[in-house]
Design a protein around this ligand. Sequence first.
Ligand SMILES: C[S@@+](CC[C@H](N)C(=O)[O-])C[C@H]1O[C@@H](n2cnc3c(N)ncnc32)[C@H](O)[C@@H]1O
Length: 443
Amino acid sequence: MAEALKALVEIISTETDALLSAYATHEVKFPSIDETSTTSSKKNTDFDVDPTIVRMRQLIVAAAAQLIATVQPPGEFLQDAAPAMFKSATLGFVIDVDVPEILMEAGPMGLHVKDLAIVTGVDDSHLARVLRYLATRHIFREVEPNVFAHNRNSTLLSKSKSLKEIKEETDELLASSVHLSAWLRNPEQAPAAFNMGCKTPKKLWDWYKEPNNEARLRRFTVGMKANAYPSHIFTNGIHGDALKADDIVVDIGGSLGTVTLVLKKAFPSLNYVVQDIDKTITASGDYWREHSPEAFESGQVKLQAHNFFEPQPVKNAAVYFLRNILHDWPDEEACEILSNIRDAAGPNSKLIVFESLARYTCEDSPRANFSLPEAPYPLLKNLGVAGEGFLTALDLGMLALFNGKERTLAEFEELGIKTAWRLESVKPGSLYTLVFSPITGGT
Ligand SMILES: C[S@@+](CC[C@H](N)C(=O)[O-])C[C@H]1O[C@@H](n2cnc3c(N)ncnc32)[C@H](O)[C@@H]1O
């Protein structure tokens, strides 16, 4: 026990030294938690996503969280974990009444809850308790009794409209999560907990198409657009330099086609097709007219309404890719999607899946062909909240909304084998890149 505790402290100490020294070497300022600037210099932003820096940060966070879980008595630990729904509820509330915007205008001195009450119309003591709950969890800062200001974490809440759109999507999740336990105990009663929470027999996408839900579809689409992953994941992932001019890259379930836009800029001699359900494809026309009208008008980028449960119309493309699609679907449907692509693929086509990879919290059996990042003793093997915290929540979100899932490496391999795709390589990152080749009679 003492040995594990000391090892955790050692990780924190070594990685913090390394992190600070990397910041110093690159002449980048280490951000204070009290910082409220919404603009970062390009240098800071690039540095933030540098894989070495990301890894140092992850190790520190993983070790610190495990240290807390080790040192805190179980009763206290669970006392904070059990009512975690108040995090969603209070974040939702502050956004609903525009607290992030109001505090941004107030600046670093903050605003007294009595003044905040006048602007929001909400009782000052209610505001104080909600903000203190969040400040206790390092979101906002109580600069004087009952005076609240932004900190680095809360600033992000006012940073972009799309964050609000993402938050609103949690309405569906919140409604679904209430029914998760009942659904898990009897999954036959509805396709997913979402159907119980939102009282519909339809899949989320079909429900979004209903006349009353158009705003929800719009905000989901904006939310997906705001999903900022480093673009090198996609440009390295499809190996565009190795493709021939005019080769076709198909973005299946591509929404507006934000990934395709990144690829088109990096590999301008390739041709692209963005496919999605009809309503989304209609909206993507505006996106392309705004961001790359020449590619849209010349036909270099085609927008195609296509249901991926029907035969894939683009045959023998060089690359078919799916970003964050398979996790929306249970295995049976995921196999149908992959089979339709396989039927259209040529012998040299590649299937590229950009998705999160679910990792076990314990040691996995060694896999000869693939090497995944290791976590040092005594950390959880998936790096706990630092690596998988959000991903395990995303996994449960997929379960609650669609009976979907984040998959392990073995599960991806198995999906591939069932649909005649061989998993050829796996590249770790904030989104993993999984490359598959067709299994043919001779392979
Ligand atoms: C999680 S989003 C991912 C969007 C995009 N790949 C991205 O990463 O930004 C899932 C997408 O699948 C699309 N979709 C759902 N059902 C579909 C179907 N049957 N055929 C084609 N697209 C579908 C949705 O409209 C949505 O745009």
